[in-house]
Write a protein that binds this ligand. Structure first.
Ligand SMILES: [Zn+2]
Length: 164
């Protein structure tokens, strides 16, 4: 599994924090991390422990999000509702969980933190997700099957994996 960041988040501190959390995920938990830079707004990314690519938002949308049934099943809106606003792609700042086959199994639909979006938004935000999984990678997703969890389970209801 991989965690992919669609960069750059608009706010510089958030962008830098996302990069730090990804590096931490890699260093502490051996998770593959990568960045698709679709909207370059901040400094060059150096010293990142994963691949950094330059792509267009359209390429990312076509490859990862559009007509993605796995994603459609786990997010509240359809991918086109979530990532296209008034006909314009709005993807930068979000993060995705990618399986071994390269399919996006989950993606945040709100860049940034839940603050400002209202209650219940944590499950959809990029930064809360990154903080949750970098603290304890089994808290939000089952590392065995990438099943998304609520955070209070002792085992994964999808595969039965016991969470540490
Ligand atoms: Zn599982």
């Amino acid at each position: 599994m991989k965690v992919r960041y669609y960069a750059d988040a608009e706010i510089r501190e958030m962008h830098n924090h996302a990069i730090r959390l990804l590096a931490q995920l890699h260093d502490d938990h051996d998770i593959t991390v990568e960045i698709d830079r679709i909207d370059e707004q901040h400094d060059p990314i150096t010293d990142f422990p994963g691949e950094v690519r330059r792509l267009s938002a359209e390429e990312v949308y076509e490859r990862d999000l559009k007509r993605n049934r796995a994603l459609n099943a786990v997010i509240e809106q359809t991918p086109s509702e979530a990532f296209k606003h008034y006909g314009k792609l709005d993807i930068a700042g979000n993060v995705a969980v990618v399986d071994e086959e390269g399919t996006v199994q989950w993606a945040s639909t709100l860049p940034g933190y839940a603050d400002g979006y209202g209650p219940g938004a944590e499950a959809q935000t990029a930064m809360d997700f990154l903080e949750d999984i970098s603290t304890s990678p089994s808290n939000r997703i089952c590392i065995e099957c990438l099943h998304l969890l609520d955070g209070d389970e002792n085992f994964c209801p999808n595969c039965g994996y016991d969470l540490p």
